[in-house]
Design a binder for this molecule. Structure first.
Ligand SMILES: [Zn+2]
Length: 215
């Protein structure tokens, strides 16, 4: 897997185009990766939503990672996608302007029923697909759709590739830049472990680096 002309090339990579995009990044951006879950039934559902041109709810992301590890790219890496929404972290706001967004196919939070679990969309999940864990922004445990290992492996490979190619300095969850309204990628995703492995450190706050030119 490699990057050519701001598009991924490799096995299990598909290229589509989303009309929901905001033009080229400023010269110094992007320097941050934002990880999301799709909160939906499957990757096809998410890709449709991320390409929907209907005014009022237009969203997109650079990449969608399917549960088997396949990847669909919707926006080239030199172009702004609309995945972060109202967001703030470490002294900076409006993360669409400085970040690459990766959507990971996952149903999100699940509710227990008699002998299975159900997503907000009403889709049922077997207990083997469910993780019980406490969200970083909450106090009580709840139930979350499990991420398969091939999907986690591909997300980490993508993060390492993008950090290397674009000299990115931060990997953050949507739940960290919009904690009052977002829960993704959630506690079933090993976010702290991934950024420790890929970046080798906990993220520094932006204000420590605001006056420095990005590396
Ligand atoms: Zn999100």
């Amino acid at each position: 897997m490699r990057i050519k002309s701001h598009r991924l090339i490799g096995d299990d990579i598909s290229q589509l185009t989303s009309p929901n995009q905001g033009g080229p990044f400023a010269a110094a951006a992007p320097d941050t990766l934002i990880l999301h879950f799709t909160n939906g039934d499957d990757a096809a559902w998410a890709i449709d939503a991320l390409r929907d041109p209907t005014p009022g709810g237009r969203v997109s992301a650079h990449l969608v990672v399917h549960r088997d590890g396949a990847v669909t790219q919707l926006v080239p890496f030199d172009t702004i996608a609309w995945h972060a929404g109202h967001s703030a972290w470490g002294g900076r706001t409006d993360f669409n302007q400085c970040s690459i967004g990766i959507e990971i196919d996952n149903a999100g939070r699940l509710q227990p029923e008699a002998d299975h679990f159900v997503s907000w969309r009403g889709t049922g999940y077997d207990e083997s697909d469910v993780v019980q864990a406490t969200h970083r922004n909450e106090r009580a445990p709840s139930w979350w759709h499990r991420y398969p290992q091939p999907q986690l492996d591909r997300v980490e490979l993508l993060c390492a590739l993008l950090v290397d190619r674009y000299k990115m300095r931060w990997i953050l969850g949507h739940e960290e830049i919009a904690p009052d309204r977002k829960h993704d990628p959630g506690p079933a995703f090993p976010l702290d472990e991934l950024r420790q492995r890929v970046l080798g450190q906990e993220p520094m706050l932006f204000y420590e680096d605001m006056d420095k030119t990005p590396i």
